[in-house]
Design a protein around this ligand. Structure first.
Ligand SMILES: *Cc1c(COP(=O)(O)O)cnc(C)c1O
Length: 429
């Protein structure tokens, strides 16, 4: 079972990973800073690889969850491909040396420029485009034809999984902007010859994020399988792959995330060789959070304590621009001291807030934290490896934090802290 402290543990020098303490790192690079554990990324990847061993598969890490080049390279070296949602992410994947045949391109709004880029990437082009609308398919077909190429495509199916019975953050409902329904997809297949630049190869789904029950995933897989069988009857050649998306949840606090092994078993049940005799499907998945989420923490220093009767404020040097999940969707992150506190420590109800001029600039609310915590003390905001730095901005003209990777017992800076000059680059008076 995953936990926010799987890869960061308390030792003699306080909280750390691989023999390096977060205090040492904060001394060296300053705060706020993101710190990642290489093992934290690799362990879930290896579990997925083990779960899918023996099946024709490709694990495409969702780059948007953590797009640092060193992280992409680490995962690619360990066998992962990449799932992209923009031309900028393609540029990152290329800079990290990711093999073109291991790249899929998702997202509802790909521009013709981005399409051309991906079609010509590395000569052969990327593995596949996950296409989300008829209009996008027509544009991609034109762009490919103009380049004298064929675009390998999976159509993104919106399985309309009932959110009422499965309360989770959803992208797989009819009312969401993502994907196409069954009828639309069957219509495309029936008239596929009108898209001469398209090589229709698969179906993709992605029903949401931080999914904590396998039931909605099972529902979606079942519907996708039924659709693939229908499509095979319409198309001159059977489809060759399913992209089952990402979305597997992690433990931020005490919630129970489904075990990776069970998730893989579910994929095998619905898409494995026994499920489709004679017409084997390659199984792609696009995990983001389940690989990167608990691999990182955000280290921050206490600037001030503001004492109030019922609840104090700890004002820290990290803010919503560095980690937006709490402000954006009430994301919960555990906040811990770098030194283990004893059971006798007096604690007080506390809100941990940043310096940004917004009331929503709260990193954690209503936490019992030591009353002794004060100016200069360090804290770690846990489970910050996914949608942390990748969603960071510079609001209030705050330079984005440094990123540090701990690997083989050593810490190295994988992104320098931004400077004030970085903040104004490209601006003209
Ligand atoms: C965001 C996204 C993912 C990754 O989702 P996680 O919840 O981080 O696993 C995968 N596929 C698509 C299409 C996405 O938009």
């Amino acid at each position: 079972m995953s936990s926010p402290l799987d890869f960061f543990r308390y030792g003699a020098g306080g909280l750390g990973a691989g023999g390096v303490t977060l205090e040492e790192i904060a001394d060296r690079v300053g705060t706020p800073c993101y710190v990642y554990s290489a093992e934290g990324f690799l362990k879930p990847l290896k579990e997925l690889q083990k779960g899918l061993a023996g099946l024709d598969h490709l694990i495409c890490f969702a780059v948007k969850s953590n797009s640092n080049l060193a992280v992409l390279k680490l995962l690619h070296d360990a066998g992962a491909g990449m799932d992209l949602v923009s031309g900028g992410e393609l540029h990152r994947a290329a800079a990290a040396g990711v093999t073109a045949s291991k790249i899929v391109f998702s997202g509802v709004g790909k521009t013709p420029g981005e399409m051309a880029h991906a079609l010509e990437h590395d000569g052969e082009g990327i593995f596949s485009f996950n296409v989300e609308s008829v209009a996008e398919l027509a544009t991609l077909s034109q762009v490919a034809e103009a380049l004298g190429r064929k675009a390998r495509v999976a159509l993104r199916f919106n399985p309309d999984v009932d959110a009422k019975s499965h309360p989770y953050i959803s992208t797989g409902l009819k009312k969401n902007k993502f994907g196409m329904d069954r009828k639309e997809i069957l219509g495309i297949a029936a008239g596929i010859e009108s898209f001469p630049g398209i090589d229709l190869k698969g179906v993709s789904i992605h029903i949401g994020s931080q999914i904590l029950s396998l039931a909605p995933l099972g529902d979606a897989f079942k519907r996708a399988r039924a659709l693939i069988d229908e499509l095979d009857r319409l198309l001159p050649q059977p489809l060759s792959f399913i992209d089952a998306g990402g979305g597997l949840g992690i433990t931020y606090s005490r919630e129970k995330a489904p075990p990776i092994s069970k998730y893989c078993a579910l994929l095998k049940t619905h898409f494995g060789p026994k499920a489709r005799k004679g017409k084997p499907l390659k199984i792609l998945i696009e995990p983001g959070r389940s690989i990167s989420g608990n691999a990182g923490v955000l280290v921050t220093e206490v600037l001030y304590r503001k004492i109030r009767k019922a609840k104090d404020f700890l004002i820290v040097d990290a803010a919503m621009n560095d980690l937006i999940r709490p402000a954006l969707y009430s994301g919960h992150h555990e906040v811990v001291t770098l030194r283990k506190t004893s059971a006798r420590t007096r604690s007080k109800m506390t809100d941990v807030v940043g310096p940004v001029c917004e009331s929503s600039d709260v990193l954690a609310s209503d936490r019992k934290l030591p009353e002794s915590l004060n100016q200069g003390d360090l804290l770690a905001v846990l489970s910050a490896g996914a949608y942390g730095f990748s969603m960071a901005g510079t609001y209030n003209s705050r330079p984005r934090p440094a990123e540090v990777l701990i690997q083989d017992g050593k810490a190295r800076i994988i992104r320098e802290r931004e400077t004030y000059d970085d903040l104004i680059r490209g601006e003209n008076t």
